[in-house]
Design a protein around this ligand. Sequence first.
Ligand SMILES: [Zn+2]
Length: 417
Amino acid sequence: MLVRQAYRYRLYPTGEQRHQLAVQFGHARHTYNWALARRQAHYQETGEILSFYDLKRAVTALKSEPDHLWLKEADSQVLQAKVEDLEKAYKGFFEHRTGFPCFKTKKDRQSIRYPQRYRFKDNRIYLPKVGWVRAIFHREMVGTPKNVTVSKTATGAYYASVQCERELAIAVHTGPAVGVDVGLKDLAVLSTGEKIPHPRYLRKAEKRLARLQRSYSRKVKGSKNREKARLLVAHQHEHVANCRRDTLHKLSDRLTRDFGVIRMENLNICGMLKNHALAKGIADSGWGMLVSFCRYKAQWRGGVVEQIGRFYPSTKMCHVCAYKNDVLTLKDREWTCPQCGTVHDRDVNAARVILAAPTVALGNRPAVSRPAAPSRSRKLPPERRNVTPVERPLDAKAVGRSAGLDEAGSPALCKAG
Ligand SMILES: [Zn+2]
C-alpha cells in the first residue's frame, strides 16, 4: 500500500530569511483571501461557481496587474497551493464537515506549502525565494518527499513538515483484540485490566497559565511588554499541547503494536464538550486525536480500529451476563452484578463490554465530528443555498443533541469522575 507520512523538523531561519518567509506568508494569505472574495463575488454576480482551474488562472493573471506586481516576490507555486487549499476548504464545507471558508488574518497560524523545488542537504533545507534554511533533521525521512509545508507557530517557532510517500508492505496483524474505554479519571482503561492514568496536562498548567494571562491582559495594548507577555502565554499553551500529543502518540503506538483489533466507543465529542462541567477535562484528554492516531497506525501495521455504536450502554452492562444495571450512578466505581454476582470495576467492565459489543459501520463520516464555529455556521452563505445536502447517516441528528442524553444512558455522564 502506498502511504504518506509527514516528518516535522524545526527550522532556524536567519533574520533575513525570517523576513523572506514573512513575505511568502503574507502574499500567500493575500492570495487566499483574494481568491475567496473573487469566488464569492463571482457567485453573487452570475450564480455560478468559479471553477478551480479558472481561479488558478485568475491568480496567475493577477500577478501581472499593475497594483499586484508585488505578488511576484512570492514563489508562484506557493500561491497556487493556496488556491488548492481554498478548494479543499470549500469541499469540506459542501460535505458538511467544516464551516464556510473564512478570511485569514496574520494572527492565525501561518503556513505555506511548496509542492516542488525544495532540496535537502546535511542540516539545511532549500526553500525557493528564501534560500538554504538551517534545520534539525532529528529523524530520518523514509520515502519520496512530495511537498514541504513551512509553518510558524504563535511562539514564533518555524517548522518544516515534509510529506513523504512510500510503498508499505502490510501483513495482517495477528495480535489479540482489545477493548478501550476512554475516560476522565483514567485516560484509557483496557479490557486486559490495565489502566493508563490521565496526565491532566492542562489541569497542571492552569495556575501558571492563569497568572500569565492576567499579566498579559494588564499590559497596554500595542506595547512591547504586551508582546512579551503574549509570547509567554503562547509558550505555555504550546507546551501543554506538545505534552499531550507526545502521550497520545506513545499510547497509540503501543496499542497498535500490541493489538491487532482495537475497539473503542464512537464518542460524540462535540456534544460532550457542550457540558461545561466536563468540557475542560475532555478537551484536555484529546480523545479524538487518540482515535485518529490509532487509526492510521493500525492501518500501517495491518491492524484495525473498530468503533461500537454511540449509544451502546457500555458502562451499565455486565460483560459476563449482559445484565443492564440502570441504577448505576457516577459515584459507583465498583458494582456487583445482581444477576450473576460478578464484582465489576466500572471502567474495566466497560472496556470488556466494548470488546464484545457489535460494531457499527463507520461510513464516510469521520469518527469525530468537528465543531463548526457557531458564528460561521449560523448565517447560511449564498453558495450553500443551492446545494443539495449530501446524504447523512441516520445518527446525524444525534450529533446535535447535547451530551447525548438517551435512554441507553448518557455517554457524557458515564465518563465523569
Ligand atoms: Zn452479570
